[in-house]
Design a protein around this ligand. Structure first.
Ligand code: SF4
Ligand code: SF4
Length: 305
């Protein structure tokens, strides 16, 4: 059996990528299991998805604690302690990072022991679509390639999973072309099968009832809401083109995190410490005065103060 853990941010397509791999494996006659894990249920928040594939029935359940392959959709996750992307890493674990860095540079920059491979899926996706979109097909393609699954299984899995999501035919075709290109481009690092017996069971934490004064979330608690600087979640930042702005305040209204304020000249002012990069303001701006720019300084280098 091989265990694959995907890490991404809400909206980046880690869950669908996990399904694509499971489906591709299933089409090759393997058994497959996939399960996503959502955290804050907000676009931009760290999420993960687990896929197991094997030749025998899979009896192991739950989180993958010792992955054979880790697929990281966004390099900024590596420095985000809440995402825990490198948990269970050993020298035999293969790690893929979506980054503009080369494989050697990524291993050094992120201090990952063992086998690292890297490819700039974001750039390939931008070139295919001309705008930021979910990375489901590229992430699935990379994982299929590293796992040795066939290109035709990947193609059928991408087509099926994206059709199930209701995407138009033309969008599916572009995703298929992108997936094929990523599949061919990824540097190969063979993924070893998990050796030995099932890992020891992990005791589950059982919550106990607490009165509201103890059990309720405290907005002022450390790392909560305003004090939690979600700027590190962002891979694309909304940037204002002032000449195009008509001061309609729509971005201010639509921002789910309330991080846009308006100046006395009716120009939006974005609090980048708390803007998580969901791009809703970019989508809603009627005059295209807000544009999505890839984080140049790198969200991976962003640090909460
Ligand atoms: S939605 Fe666009 S045009 Fe309206 S205030 Fe915001 S940036 Fe300006
Ligand atoms: S400013 Fe725009 S990108 Fe940032 S959180 Fe608000 S809506 Fe999302």
């Amino acid at each position: 059996m091989r265990s694959i853990r995907f890490h991404g941010r809400g909206g980046q397509g880690a869950k669908t990528a996990s399904r694509i791999v499971g489906t591709a494996a299933f089409l090759e006659g393997l058994t497959a299991q996939d399960s996503p894990l959502y955290g804050a249920e907000r676009r931009g928040a760290p999420v993960s998805a687990s896929t197991r594939i094997g030749r025998e029935p899979i009896r192991e359940r739950g989180l993958i604690l010792q992955p054979d392959l880790i697929i990281i959709a966004d390099e900024s996750l590596i420095d985000d302690s809440s995402a825990r992307v490198l948990d269970g890493l050993s020298e035999r674990t293969a790690v893929f990072v979506n980054t503009a860095l080369g494989s050697e540079q990524a291993r050094d920059r992120f201090r990952i022991p063992g086998r690292v491979t890297a490819l700039d899926l974001t750039d390939m996706t931008l070139r295919q679509f001309g705008k930021p979109v979910a990375l489901s097909a590229p992430l699935g393609a990379v994982a299929c390639r590293l796992l040795g699954l066939k290109a035709e299984s990947l193609r059928a899995a991408v087509a099926g999973e994206l059709a199930d999501l209701g995407l138009p035919e033309a969008v599916i075709e572009r995703n298929l072309a992108l997936a094929a290109s990523c599949y061919e481009s990824v540097p190969l690092v063979p993924v070893e099968e998990t050796a030995g017996a099932m890992p020891a069971p992990v005791p589950l934490w059982t919550p106990v009832y607490e009165p509201p004064t103890v059990g309720s979330a405290r907005i002022s608690a450390s790392a909560n809401s305003p004090l939690h600087e979600t700027g590190g979640w962002r891979t694309f930042r909304p940037v204002l083109v002032p000449d195009k702005c008509n001061g309609c305040w729509l971005c201010f209204v639509y921002c789910p995190d309330g991080v846009i304020s308006m100046t006395k000249d009716d120009l939006p002012l974005i609090d980048y410490d708390h803007c998580k990069g969901c791009q809703i303001c970019v989508q809603e701006c009627p005059t295209k005065a807000l544009v999505a720019e890839r984080e140049q300084e790198g969200a991976g280098t962003w640090r909460a103060k």
